[in-house]
Design a binder for this molecule. Structure first.
Ligand code: G3I
Length: 339
């Protein structure tokens, strides 16, 4: 009897230990506040067990770093490379992780066959075909979409993409309407960078644009703040918070959709501290503002980040170092979420 009881207690203790370990990840803390955490995934990550472990530990949502973009998915009019997307979606499903589509329309990473259109009609037709093919295929499996990515210039004017030039500024509402019609349950986002602080030209232009969509009943669920930040630029928590709140007043969600905080490398103690403060401030905002629904970092390890090749002399922007070790900023981020 005594032995049996000891076994039962030991088993209970192990279960307790396991459950308390399981709770100590960003995604489990975030779940208590009603938002998801996650990372962007490069398809190669899914062939590396160490990367898979990190993705699973940190993600209740994942987003594709590249494989859902036009050039990767649909390099020509008739060939669709579903293999990589299916692999990511199946990986996520088997680990009960949500998937965000990035991105249906963007000015970058496009194949040659959509560099120009003969008419507005032809552009609209191509747009509809892209939306319905993707969203019908993954209906009920992709929970949210970046419908259009990076549609503004820094001065708040609209970026003259191929869609803008061929269709006009209403290309965005056309895409949103078609997307809602195709999968009514998917959450629809417009995603941007440098749009997080109220008072910034681009951020205000985007807010006014989105408010007008909402006022006219165009379907939209939220806005993505990419948050590719740098320690050398000022960061204003109050301005980010008031921006989040004005979207809440419109009934919209905000996704922290591509977070990283780069700094000059090799990094100084002072930059590392600034980076930590920024990650913690964003964690605090995500906890405190109910309409923030996700906190996604753009990658997870400094080994793979897009930063060093795009901003030479900068790096160390993420929460894991080049050896896949959690950095002090990771621990500070988790501590902030746990408070
Ligand atoms: O896969 C090819 C490889 O075969 C080829 O040899 C090599 C030569 O350049 O290019 C490889 O493709 C690169 C791809 O990343 C995969 O590594 C592309 O050139 C390169 O342009 C592409 O960069 C991506 C960039 O978007 C443009 O699509 C970055 O990985 C990705 O992190 C970045 O992500 C964007 C978001 O989508 C939107 N917000 C900003 C963010 C950072 O720029």
């Amino acid at each position: 009897m005594k032995t049996k009881l000891t076994v039962v207690f030991a088993f209970a203790a192990v279960l307790l230990m396991l459950s308390s370990c399981a709770q100590k990840t960003p995604k489990t803390y975030a779940a208590k506040y009603g938002f998801k955490t996650g990372v962007s995934v490069a398809i190669g990550d899914l062939y590396n067990e160490d990367y898979i472990k990190i993705i699973k530990e940190n993600s209740s949502i994942v987003v594709a770093e590249n494989c859902m973009k036009w050039a990767n998915l649909r390099p020509n009019k008739t060939f669709w490379n579903w293999t990589d997307v299916d692999k990511l979606v199946e990986f996520a499903e088997s680990n009960k992780i949500a998937v965000k589509w990035h991105t249906l329309f963007w000015h970058n990473q496009n194949p040659g066959f959509i560099s120009s259109f003969k008419s507005r009609e032809q552009a609209l037709e191509t747009m509809d075909e892209h939306i319905t093919t993707i969203m019908s295929r993954y209906k009920g499996r992709i929970s949210e979409y970046d419908v259009v990515n990076e549609m503004f210039n820094e001065d708040g004017t609209m970026r003259e993409t191929v869609w803008y030039k061929s269709i006009g500024p209403d290309y965005i509402e056309h895409a949103l309407i078609k997307a809602r019609e195709t999968d009514p349950n998917a959450k629809l986002f417009l995603n941007e960078y440098n749009n997080e602080e109220q008072g910034n030209k681009k951020a205000d232009a985007m807010y006014n644009f989105v408010k007008d969509l909402v006022d006219r009943g165009i379907p939209i669920d939220g806005v993505g703040f990419q948050l590719h930040l740098a320690t050398i630029y000022p960061y204003n928590e109050a301005a980010v918070r008031s921006n989040i709140r004005r979207y809440a007043d419109l009934g919209l969600q905000v996704s922290f959709s591509e977070v990283d905080v780069r700094m000059p490398v090799p990094s100084s103690e002072s930059d590392r501290q600034t980076q930590m403060n920024t990650y913690c401030s964003l964690a605090k905002l995500a906890k405190e503002e109910p309409n923030v629904t996700s906190f996604i970092t753009w990658g997870f390890t400094d080994k793979q980040s897009w930063i060093p090749s795009t901003f030479p002399g900068y790096g160390e922007a993420l929460l894991y170092d080049k050896d896949l070790k959690k950095k002090p900023v990771y621990e500070a981020f988790v501590k902030e979420l746990a408070k």
